[in-house]
Design a protein around this ligand. Sequence first.
Ligand SMILES: NC(=O)c1ccc[n+]([C@@H]2O[C@H](COP(=O)([O-])OP(=O)(O)OC[C@H]3O[C@@H](n4cnc5c(N)ncnc54)[C@H](OP(=O)(O)O)[C@@H]3O)[C@@H](O)[C@H]2O)c1
Length: 251
Amino acid sequence: MSDDRPVSIVSGGSRGLGLAAVERLLDRGDRVATFSRRGSDRLDDLASHAPQRLFAARIDAADPTAITGFVAATVTRFGRIDHCVANAAVAAEGVLATTADETVANLLAVNLQGAIVLTRECVRQWLVQRRTAVPSPGPSVVLVSSIVASRGSPGLTVYAATKAGLEAFGRSLARELGSRGIRVNSIAPGFLETELSASLSPADRARIVRRTPLGRLGTPLDVVGAIDFLTSDRAAFVTGQTLIIDGGGAA
Ligand SMILES: NC(=O)c1ccc[n+]([C@@H]2O[C@H](COP(=O)([O-])OP(=O)(O)OC[C@H]3O[C@@H](n4cnc5c(N)ncnc54)[C@H](OP(=O)(O)O)[C@@H]3O)[C@@H](O)[C@H]2O)c1
């Protein structure tokens, strides 16, 4: 008997926001494919409880061939893809003048190239799927950006550039693919309580909290509802947008 449950890809699903998205999408009944470089105990635990519904691979988002192989393996495992959440990213703090070539290259390779290649591979699959069956709801992409893409942040210039590039990519792709019923949106969280932001100094953390109308840093759970929404038919007429989720406007 064929399995009709939607198939969602989430990159960087081993911890933080990606892990919360994997859990939410499994909870709503999706089959989920994810990757990270190292995996995590929590992901192993989820996979042991839902082996038919969770595929977790270990690959580097900076390697386009590995991403292509991961998407092909997802299709082999689950038969199709419905949603793509490009979440995996790295951050590197430091003023531009002291930022090394390798740091720039890695940020671009993981955050921008990795997300673009993952999205492209999903789009290629959707063009094939269209010839056989039209999935319902239509396919969608969620690109995980950051508030720093639009607001700016000293010490995060290259990271901000990758996120701004991702949002621009998403806006154009939404125009390119709208006629095919494929939606593309971005989300731009403010600072979240995850490993990525662990290097925030107490002073910076206090400044962000002070400037945030809702008075705290966000958590992955504050953001996964938007991923759930944007990858559902409740968002069937939403595309080309960036949804800011930052507690009201901290910079
Ligand atoms: N935390 C924040 O304050 C914040 C704010 C705004 C936006 N965001 C965005 O939200 C997303 C999730 O961030 P997070 O805070 O959840 O980060 P996180 O806790 O550091 O998790 C990042 C995830 O991406 C994976 N990853 C990193 N580099 C990878 C690579 N080269 N290849 C494959 N997987 C890789 C990590 O696994 P491995 O390390 O094992 O590879 C991990 O699963 C990112 O796009 C980030 O830019 C975060």
